[in-house]
Design a protein around this ligand. Structure first.
Ligand code: FMN
Length: 170
């Protein structure tokens, strides 16, 4: 694998990308920078933030690079169907992981904040409302982060394994 490439709107995907890059000793580039710094056809791990079910930057990254693996960074709980739902809505040529990111209202415009507030209202109306749901509702309205090294662990193990396999076959 040659690099970690990511698309982040408010910085949470960037945090995961940089944590991953540091752990596997690879450079991390935002997609806009990668197009001039990472040659076309390179093999990369891609991370993109989820917007309306779509993984941002994925079509551009998939056209330009060989995607070894990808991670979608969203705000919904990492429930068992989240990956299959994302796979249905996004054309992926590689394994996909899901990571819970965060919300920073100061870095979002009025309409994006409104969309998150609508998601919060839907959550408030659902039948199953536990402490985790209320926490997510607060995060959607006032901001917060779920980014953690523990969340990244499955991605990290997978990337390390893939790297080891590449070394053996070289
Ligand atoms: C307009 C908008 C739409 C969003 N749609 C989704 C979504 O469909 N599913 C989801 O899990 N998160 C959704 N999110 C939440 C973001 O994916 C989440 O805040 C993510 O951590 C942002 O990453 P970033 O800081 O790298 O931009 C949405 C956020 C915004 C602002």
């Amino acid at each position: 694998m040659d690099a970690i490439v990511y698309e982040s709107n408010t910085g949470f995907t960037k945090q995961y990308a940089e944590m991953l890059a540091e752990a596997v000793h690879l450079p991390a580039y935002p997609l806009v920078e990668a197009v001039s710094k990472v040659p076309r056809g390179s093999s990369v791990f891609f991370l993109g933030w989820v917007c309306g079910g779509k993984i941002s930057g994925l079509p551009v990254a998939a056209k330009r690079y060989i995607l070894e693996g990808a991670a979608a960074v969203g705000i919904v709980f990492p429930h068992p169907d989240v990956v299959s739902e994302l796979l249905k809505a996004n054309k992926l040529p590689c394994p996909l992981f899901y990571l819970q990111g965060g919300v920073d209202p100061k870095r979002l415009g009025y309409f994006k904040r409104k969309i998150l507030s609508m998601i919060a209202s839907n959550l408030e109306r659902q039948e199953e409302r536990n402490a985790a749901v209320w926490d997510l509702v607060d995060t959607l309205r006032i901001g917060g982060s779920y980014v953690s090294a523990a969340n990244l662990e499955p991605v990290l193990s997978w990337v390390k394994e893939t790297e080891d396999c590449e070394e053996v076959s070289d």
